[in-house]
Ligand binder design. Structure first.
Ligand code: FES
Length: 106
C-alpha cells in the first residue's frame, strides 16, 4: 500500500496508507485529514481538495487536464505551479512516499 504524507500549513505531518485506485481526496477524507473537504464528491467542481504536490513528486502525479486546470484558477488559496485537485490524482503504487502540502484555506 502506498504511503502518502500530508503536510499542514503549520508544518504538522500526517502519513497514511491507501489503496491504489483511490483518489487523494478519497484517501484524505477517509482518513480524516483536516484541510481536505471534497465537497463535490470528486467531480472537479468545488476545489475544496486543493493540494500542492511536493516538487520531488510532480512527475509521478502527472499534470492537470483542461477542466482541472480551469478550476485551479478559482481556488480559495492562490494557485502555485504544483497545485492539483486531490480528487483528480489517482493513487498508484509508484506514488509511494508522495508528499502533499495543504493550503491555508479551501
Ligand atoms: Fe470537488 Fe475535488 S472534490 S474538486
Amino acid at each position: 500500500m502506498p504511503k502518502v504524507t500530508f503536510v499542514h500549513p503549520d508544518g504538522c505531518r500526517e502519513t497514511v496508507e491507501g489503496d491504489s485506485g483511490v483518489s487523494i481526496m478519497q484517501l484524505a477524507t477517509s482518513k480524516r485529514i483536516g484541510g481536505i473537504i471534497g465537497e463535490c464528491g470528486g467531480a472537479a467542481m468545488c476545489t475544496t481538495c486543493h493540494v500542492f504536490v511536493d516538487p520531488a513528486h510532480v512527475e509521478s502525479t502527472g499534470n492537470p487536464n483542461e477542466i482541472e486546470d480551469e478550476m485551479l484558477e478559482v481556488t480559495a488559496t492562490e494557485r502555485q505551479t504544483t497545485s492539483r485537485l486531490g480528487c483528480q490524482i489517482v493513487l498508484t503504487d509508484q506514488m509511494d512516499g508522495l508528499v502533499l502540502h495543504l493550503p491555508e484555506t479551501q
